[in-house]
Design a protein around this ligand. Structure first.
Ligand code: NAP
Length: 244
């Protein structure tokens, strides 16, 4: 039996990286997957690659109308939403003195407000269903901070707080809410880092390798499945032991 048989799952930012690997894993486990991504080219390409169980809806998670349209389309086409993976995220790193106000605002809008909007509108339907799973993409830096990431760390720490609030508020409706906190995962996002830092980071990890998008996808899949039916309000690290 597949872990996500017949479940209807939204993966935001599923056009590439961890989101794409998650969409693929979910499809392989029997789910119907809707990718909600900003980028039409990668979003469509990923959905085409993953076959008829996967579709794409152009979405900007930071825009309320766009998120409502995503949720309404999924409801109209499928009648329900079993899982939403709030994976879409961006980086705009800069030290405090150089970080412009619009860089701060944009990262908060996508990485934190986007999670609030997607959860708010998906949870309306989940409450009616009396079931649902909400999964949020945090990061190890939410707990430990990181040089040059005032905006990103603020958003991820905020998201962890919201995860705990929603686990309390939505539990009585049969809705589980959890976050994952990846360490260094090899994607386009981390490819922006200087080569020296990339090799130094790999050495720092007790498991002596960078994580792969599939490592995180496997965790999302477990948390989305009924195997995790008593897990809520958790922030699960997936970092090769780097924060030990
Ligand atoms: P990625 O490769 O940069 O992919 C992010 C995806 O999100 C892209 O498809 C991007 O679309 C999409 N996106 C960006 N803004 C959006 C918006 N406003 N609305 C909808 N989609 C949007 O990133 P990743 O490395 O896979 O990371 C995925 C998540 O894991 C992020 O939340 C990230 O913060 C978190 N995370 C990653 C790591 C890591 O080491 N990689 C570690 C900890 C946490 P475009 O193609 O248009 O940009």
């Amino acid at each position: 039996m597949n872990l996500l048989e017949n479940k209807v799952c939204i993966v935001t930012g599923g056009g590439r990286g961890i989101g794409k690997a998650t969409a693929e894993k979910f499809v392989n486990e029997g789910a119907t997957v809707i990718i909600g991504d900003f980028d039409e080219t990668t979003g469509t390409a990923s959905a085409d690659e993953l076959g008829e169980q996967c579709s794409f809806i152009k979405t900007d998670v930071s825009n309320s109308d766009s998120v409502k349209s995503l949720i309404n389309s999924v409801k109209a086409d499928n009648g329900r939403i079993d899982v939403i993976v709030n994976n879409a995220g961006i980086l705009q790193d800069q030290t405090l003195e150089k970080m412009e106000e619009d860089q701060f605002d944009r990262v908060i809008q996508v990485n934190m407000r986007g999670v609030y909007l997607c959860t708010k509108y998906a949870a309306e339907l989940m409450r009616e269903q009396g079931s649902g799973v909400i999964l949020n993409a945090s990061s190890v830096v939410a707990r430990f901070g990181n040089f040059g990431q005032t905006n990103y760390v603020a958003a991820k720490a905020g998201l962890e707080g919201m995860t705990k609030v929603w686990a309390r508020e939505l539990g009585k409706h049969g809705i589980r809410v959890n976050a994952v906190a990846p360490g260094f995962i090899q994607t386009d996002m981390t490819a922006q880092m200087p080569e020296k830092i990339i090799s130094m980071m790999g050495d720092k990890v007790p498991l002596k390798r960078w994580g792969q998008p599939e490592d995180v996808a496997n965790l999302y899949c477990f948390l989305a499945s009924d195997e995790a039916s008593y897990i809520s309000g958790a922030i699960l690290p997936i970092d090769g032991g780097v924060v030990v």
